[in-house]
Design a protein around this ligand. Structure first.
Ligand code: ZN
Length: 177
């Protein structure tokens, strides 16, 4: 399971001409929480009418810029039903956690490292303290997110895969001649 995330751009828009457009950019109305594409095929507006685009005139209309933000559609992240999002501390961009029952307790964080990002994975069992590993550095947070997805999927595969006991079954018949 994955879900789509809309991440606000760190910009303040006070005039329609300042709003960037792009295939992955959306305009979100903070009054009704509706989002519309910044490059819609047809004229479109949010439910309450605060944000709208008239395609024929290539015109964006915003009534209240205090309730307007530009958001980017971020890559889908596998931090879903089975992984829990934790509130990140100052160093972390994103933190997810999963407890594998009798298996390890795993926390994976995207952490800022200089001008890049690393993935820090901490796995702890009842009998051992945390075993922390750190990935190679990525330059963008998107790369770090896709590594996070791989890491979550890897843990799910390893921990949820049923044991193949057939390989362990002792030989019961007569030894071959
Ligand atoms: Zn609205």
């Amino acid at each position: 399971m994955t879900r789509q995330r809309l991440v606000p751009l760190p910009i303040v828009v006070t005039d329609e001409s300042e709003a960037p457009r792009g295939a992955d950019l959306y305009y979100r109305c903070r009054a009704c929480q509706g989002s519309i594409s910044s490059q819609p095929a047809d004229s479109v507006g949010c439910a309450c009418g605060n944000v709208s685009i008239e395609v024929d005139y290539h015109r964006l209309v915003v009534r209240d810029f205090g309730r307007f933000e530009v958001v980017r559609r971020a890559p889908e992240v596998a931090t879903t039903d089975t992984w829990t999002q934790l509130p990140p501390n100052a160093l972390d961009v994103e933190v997810v956690h999963k407890n594998f029952g009798d298996g390890p307790d795993v926390t994976i964080a995207i952490r800022r490292d200089g001008d890049g990002f690393v993935l820090q994975t901490s796995a702890e069992t009842r009998t051992s303290g945390p075993n922390v590993t750190t990935s190679e550095r990525t330059s963008t947070v998107d790369e770090a997110r896709s590594k996070l997805v791989e890491e979550c999927e890897g843990w799910d595969r390893d921990m949820d895969a049923p044991l193949d006991l057939s390989a362990l079954r002792p030989y019961e018949g007569e030894p071959p001649n």
